[in-house]
Design a protein around this ligand. Structure first.
Ligand code: MEV
Length: 312
């Protein structure tokens, strides 16, 4: 039976290892966090967002998803506790929750693999280039890895685009404490992904760094498997250095990462960088929050391993 109104919620995510390199098919790990994005959709012959008329041309994620379902307009209401363009998955969670809400409205089945594919397509169109890391994480929830060795994790689905294939698995991430430090700098993903693409196209050194990020991510997966927080922390910090060499960090992120290291196993930028957020793995969350605040960031402790997209 079809409804006239439906809602769905998706969690945000933090990327533990492998951002940017994952766009080129390298491995990566992300975890769903207890920040979320909710979409409510209602049948309407005017396209509105939070009560205001909009043109879909300025909202590529929404446009792509509605087009997939042959819908020209609806009334969309959004509520989010994920800061926008902060590296914590707000656009992936929008795409995933919108896909689920629209499916419910259209009387279609709520299939996570189909939602993950649809949300990835929306990100790809909006960003110009993307991996399915964020969208699969926000859809599945818990912890996921892309292109991890066969013996780690439980295979969820496979997504291919152009010459890349990503095997997406759910992995068990032991209880760990993560503190996010938000720089307050809004940093859209598309231009940073494009910056890395140009660097890689011009310079074999950039390709080497991308390969090295892939290698440290595999080491990190082994540390997660063994619940070795000290080793995982060291690998996160190494990944941050590689991402800095790739040109996607910034002074504000480096400041928060360096300050956190005094009280953490490791710390790194999370997401596309250029601003946005960093993450520290720690057992001293209070001290990390204090130092992040002292260095101009907005700290918050996140709960991980939360549920993926669900209709409410
Ligand atoms: C952005 O959260 C993660 C990136 O690797 C881009 C992507 O995977 O699409 C930078």
């Amino acid at each position: 039976m079809t409804a006239n109104i439906s809602s769905a919620v998706s969690p945000g995510k933090l990327i533990l290892l492998g951002e940017h390199a994952v766009v080129y098919g390298k491995p990566a790990v992300a975890i769903a966090i207890d920040r979320s994005f909710k979409c409510t959709v209602e049948k309407s012959n005017r396209m509105t967002l939070n009560g205001n008329p909009i043109s879909l041309d300025y909202h590529p994620h929404v446009k792509t998803i509605l087009k997939t379902h042959g819908i020209e307009s609806l009334a969309l209401t959004t509520e989010s506790t994920i800061p926008a363009t902060s590296g914590l998955g707000s656009s992936a969670a929008l795409s995933s929750s919108l896909s689920a809400a629209v499916r419910k409205l259209a009387g279609e089945k709520i299939d996570k693999e189909e939602i993950a594919n649809e949300a990835f397509n929306a990100e790809y169109v909006a960003q110009g280039r993307a991996s399915p890391l964020d969208t699969s994480c926000c859809t599945n929830g818990k912890g996921i890895s892309l292109n991890c060795p066969d013996n780690m994790g439980e295979h969820l689905w496979t997504i291919s685009k152009e010459s890349n294939t990503w095997n997406i698995s759910e992995i068990h991430v032991p209880e760990m404490t993560f503190v996010i430090g938000y720089t307050g700098i809004k940093a859209p993903t598309g231009p940073l992904v494009e910056k890395v693409r140009r660097y890689r196209a011009r310079n074999t050194f950039a390709a080497d760094i991308i390969n090295e990020i892939g290698d440290v991510t595999l080491e990190g997966m082994k540390a997660i498997d063994k619940n070795d927080v000290e080793q995982l922390g060291r690998i996160m910090t190494k990944d941050h250095k590689l991402l800095s060499i790739l040109g996607v960090s910034c002074n504000e992120l480096n400041k928060l990462v360096n300050a956190s290291l005094d009280y953490s196993y490791g710390a790194k930028l999370t997401g596309s960088g250029g601003g946005g957020s960093m993450v520290a793995l720690t057992d001293k969350p209070k001290e990390v929050c204090d130092t992040i605040r002292l260095h101009g960031g907005e700290p918050f402790v996140v709960k991980t391993n939360v549920e993926g997209v669900h209709v409410i």
